[in-house]
Design a protein around this ligand. Structure first.
Ligand code: 6R9
Length: 647
């Protein structure tokens, strides 16, 4: 790892919202007196009825409960739209850049107001009301933001499902939260290719037992799709008959804002639940300070709204701040690998936030694709989703940022709602590969396997000792799972599932997941999910899935598969299994390598020893650790002999 330090650039420090002294002072206040600190900063958003209570949280294993600003009321959409009309009606709220470079659109705050109100009325017309769950399965078009804010306006809870998920995954998520309404588009468009969103919704609805949600369809491509009478309506037709005024619902701070499904180490994806007041305070505050956002700047986060990064840092954080947020429909390599940098020049982007996997893939396309563009508008760069390797960091810094722009390497999770560990551009000296220091109010600690807090320079598991306003409140419909997943491993602490190192300067270096979650191109995947998809195939008896280091994706998916008696281990069958998993979960879950293994290493009680499988997948055969507890130690030798890329 690199230990070079990149000091805060003088010009950035001079104009920054937070400099070194301010960071130190505010951080100290935030941990010495969380109530006082958040009582002041909660006021950054508009409340209908101001809160008198601030923090009411307990990490006690027997009584985990998280409430912030609980007696305040507000409406999130009014905070993201209405309150800016006085000063910013004519300012761009969203700059939308289409998949095809010839298409873009600027939506002012005034226009956003009309669109969100209209969308809210269409939802109401379709029967949606406060507390209902609405599933959004949309491409990266402005309607995705309108739909989110429209839900917030009427007090409905949105659950966004990434467009890359299969009908099965979509059906599972619709069912789990009991959505009464699904909003989709005819087709999506990514890299010139069409994504059959409506057809996937049809297939998902066929799999639902019990209830049939209504479906609202936004026209994106005009492609040929089937509309089901009595169930499906076109958005543009429904929108003709409604007014463009819809009074925002008065919501309690702790009323749910959204559910977002995310993978864990066991079982089905969990519905992470975020509420209204604390989430918005935290998303907006981190957006402003982490990116040092100044009024009038153009900010671009390349995530999809199907992930938490899109929720907090394309829509809610930036719009709550009255920012101009760029929304990109396409992919980094279409029409060619210069696209990001072209878009930066086209819209004079000042702040750019992307994922290490995108950077690594663009590094491969050569510097010329970057250097032929100007990028003079850029001021701050950001990274999120996985640890950024120092090589990618240096390329991002030197080539993309011309050695001028600080990189904020932001560590956080779906569960945390917003960024927890990160540099601030004007306050933090950078070390390539380190997420550096905690944001205000965040108290990270490093623990050993027994949960002892380790001091000084050390390495272990990353926990957070106390609550912050953006924290998830529960797993939808399963509070016990919330407690077991995050508060049972180390009693009294929030366990992140990540490992980390802390250096002598107190800087945090996230080393990656220590549980059975793998991070493929910044997308979270539970090994258990891929395994259960594989064993659902009629020819598969057993499967074990682990991550392994992958040059572009960060981690790849390595599947050990034991076939049913009598089945032939052929290359065709490998391909068939890959296609099968894509169909069951979605393309992001495609196994990169499949190794047919007649036996898997198991303990005498029948537990698969993944530690060993992980080592074999990493090609580190020398330190497999203790294999003496295996029921049949012989299988390990067979597995090594057949290690996929040597066989
Ligand atoms: C926001 C997001 C969360 C997991 C997290 C960690 C990894 C995210 C990171 C990072 C190192 C960073 N992660 N940011 N690791 N450095 N800057 O990605 O949420 O999809 O829930 O993933 O991603 O392992 O635990 P989510």
């Amino acid at each position: 790892m690199s230990d070079t330090v990149f000091p805060v650039p003088a010009d950035i420090a001079e104009n920054a919202l937070i400099d070194k002294d301010a960071y130190r002072d505010l951080y100290q206040q935030s941990v010495d007196d969380p109530d006082g600190f958040w009582a002041r900063h909660g006021k950054r958003i508009d409340w209908i009825r101001p809160y008198t209570k601030v923090k009411n949280t307990s990490y006690d294993y027997h009584n985990v409960s998280i409430k912030w600003f609980e007696d305040g009321t507000l409406n999130v959409s009014a905070n993201c739209v209405d309150r800016h009309l006085e000063k910013r009606a004519g300012q761009a709220a969203i700059i939308w850049e289409g998949d095809d470079p010839s298409e873009h659109k600027v939506i002012t705050y005034q226009e956003l107001y009309a669109e969100v109100n209209r969308f809210a009325n269409v939802l109401r017309e379709a029967g949606a009301k406060k507390g209902d769950r609405i599933t959004l399965y949309l491409p990266m078009i402005p309607e995705a933001a309108y739909a989110m804010l429209a839900c917030a306006r009427i007090g409905a809870i949105h659950s966004i499902v990434f467009g890359g998920f299969s009908p099965d995954s979509l059906a599972g998520r619709i069912e789990d939260c009991g959505s009464t309404l699904v909003v989709t588009a005819d087709e999506g468009l990514r890299g010139g290719r069409k994504v059959p969103l409506k057809a996937n919704v049809d297939a998902a609805c066929d799999r639902l037992s019990g209830h049939e949600p209504k479906v609202i369809v936004v026209k994106r491509t005009g492609g040929d799709i089937k509309m089901k009478d009595g169930r499906d309506v076109w958005y543009h037709e429904a929108a003709e008959n409604v007014s463009d005024r819809c009074e925002p619902e008065e919501m309690s701070a702790e009323d749910p804002l959204f559910i977002l499904y995310t993978s864990g180490s066991t079982g089905k994806p969990k519905g992470v639940l975020h509420t209204s007041g604390g989430y918005l305070v935290y998303a907006s505050m981190t957006h402003q300070y982490v990116f040092d956002y100044h009024d009038g700047e153009v900010y671009w986060c390349t995530a999809d709204v199907g992930w938490v990064t899109g929720h907090s840092y394309i829509v809610y954080g930036p719009l709550a701040n009255g920012a101009t947020t760029l929304m990109f429909e396409g992919i980094p390599t279409y029409p060619d690998a210069s696209r990001f940098w072209q878009v930066i020049d086209k819209h004079k982007v000042n702040i750019f936030y992307t994922a290490p996997t995108a950077i690594r893939s663009l590094m491969g396309a050569g510097e010329e694709m970057v250097t032929k563009t100007s990028r003079k508008s850029l001021r701050v760069l950001g990274s999120v989703g996985e640890p950024i390797n120092p090589e990618a960091w240096m390329w991002y810094y030197n080539v993309v940022g011309d050695k001028r722009c600080p990189i904020v390497d932001t560590w956080w999770q779906t569960e945390t709602g917003g960024i927890l560990i990160t540099p601030l551009p004007g306050a933090t000296d950078l070390k390539p590969g380190s997420a550096t220091l905690p944001f205000f109010g965040v108290q990270p600690a490093v623990v050993d396997a027994e949960g002892n807090i380790l001091e000084g320079a050390t390495e272990g598991n990353l926990v957070i000792l106390d609550s912050w306003p953006g924290q998830m409140r529960t797993v939808y419909g399963d509070h016990d799972r919330f407690v077991q997943t995050y508060f049972a491993t180390y009693k009294g602490m929030y366990f992140s599932g990540d490992g980390c190192r802390r250096d002598a300067d107190g800087y945090y270096w996230i080393t990656g997941r220590v549980d059975d979650v793998i991070n493929v191109s910044g997308h979270r995947m539970g090994t258990a999910e891929v395994e259960s998809a594989l064993v659902a195939h009629p020819k598969v008896a057993e499967a074990a899935v682990v991550g392994y280091p992958h040059d572009l994706k960060g981690q790849g998916i390595y599947a050990y598969v034991t076939l049913m008696e009598g089945e032939e281990p052929t290359d065709e069958l490998k391909k068939e299994l890959v296609t099968w998993v894509r169909k069951e979960i979605g393309p992001i879950a495609s196994p990169d390598l499949i190794q047919f293994s007649p036996g898997l290493p198991k303990t005498r009680s029948g537990k698969i020893m993944r530690r060993i499988l992980r080592k074999i997948a990493e090609d580190s055969f020398d330190n497999l650790g203790d294999t003496s507890t295996l029921a049949d130690p012989g299988v390990v030798g067979d597995l090594i002999d057949n290690r996929q890329n040597r066989a």
